[in-house]
Design a protein around this ligand. Structure first.
Ligand code: ADP
Length: 272
């Protein structure tokens, strides 16, 4: 099986530049019932920075991405995207949820790619890419189609524009899912175990594409992965998580080369 590489115009020609917001978690607490998944979590991601979250299963990594997508509600603390927060303080200093319009504006800045692709199965590739921009953002149809073509070119799937997801390999579906996320013109891109569901021979192609996107754009990226080579490749900084807290953080060379915490050493020994 040949791993197709995007032969299109390259990310810098297709993706917007400038003005990517940073992210800040401030004493964020998230519980599922009695299970405290995030414990007063503090961290920041600078505008345009690529940060990878690593750590054992169940340590809260996916929950962080889902909170940023507003797919989950936080229990305490604040989450900032640029100068906006998912919560406001009222006059009495009480936290109240941001209003719907405000949430919508924030949400528009964030795109996510999931482990299981989550393409619309009853729509062809083109509509998978245009549906969101047209319906949710009010982009004129012909503009959305033009942009979709550019993105499909970039991910090397221009010839699949009329195909349905079921006619595509897992790797191709994930490329479409990446293009679909980018079609919404997010400034923050969240990647949740994006190669875990792929056959091994398809992993490298998708990773190469994401690396090109990371290098050819100024998106702020937050990535959860168990692929340590990919983490090393794509990130400016790695955060090691355990039990809803950051155990240590640093540039990938240091975290993978000379981790200072025993929990990081144990984790890396188990996955490498
Ligand atoms: P990771 O991504 O590090 O594997 P997750 O963020 O997926 O961790 O999960 C953290 C913890 O939260 C786990 O204990 C998981 O069982 C729990 N959890 C996640 N989502 C839900 C949910 N919707 N309902 C109940 N518990 C959940």
């Amino acid at each position: 099986i040949s791993v197709q590489k995007g032969d299109g115009p390259g990310p810098s020609a297709v993706l917007p530049r400038g003005g990517a917001p940073g992210i800040r978690f401030e004493k964020v607490v998230k519980r599922f019932g009695a299970n405290v998944v995030l414990r007063e979590l503090d961290f920041t991601v600078a505008p345009g920075e690529r940060v990878t979250l690593i750590g054992p299963s169940g340590s809260g990594k996916t929950t962080i991405l889902r909170l940023l997508m507003t797919l989950e509600k936080l229990d305490e603390g604040l989450i900032w995207i640029g100068d906006d927060t998912l919560w406001h303080m009222d006059k009495g200093g009480k936290r109240v949820p941001a209003n719907q319009r405000h949430l919508h504006e924030m949400r528009k800045q964030v795109g996510m790619v999931f482990q299981q692709f989550n393409l619309f199965p009853n729509m062809n590739v083109l509509r998978n890419l245009t549906e969101g921009p047209v319906r949710a953002l009010g982009v004129p149809k012909d503009e959305a189609v033009e942009r979709a073509r550019g993105l499909l070119d970039m991910v090397g799937l221009a010839d699949k524009i009329d195909a349905h997801p079921s006619q595509l390999s897992g790797g191709q579906q994930q490329r479409v899912a990446i293009a679909r996320a980018l079609a919404m013109e997010p400034r923050v891109l969240l990647l949740d175990e994006v190669t875990s569901a792929l056959d091994p021979e398809l992993v490298v192609g998708v990773q190469d594409l994401l690396r090109d996107i990371a290098r050819g754009s100024d998106l702020t990226m937050l990535c959860v992965t168990h692929e340590m080579g990919f983490a090393k490749d794509i990130s400016d900084r790695v955060l090691m998580f355990d039990e809803g807290q950051i155990v240590e953080e640093g540039p990938p060379d240091r975290i993978f080369g000379e981790p200072s915490e025993q929990r990081t050493r144990d984790f890396l020994q188990a996955v490498l």
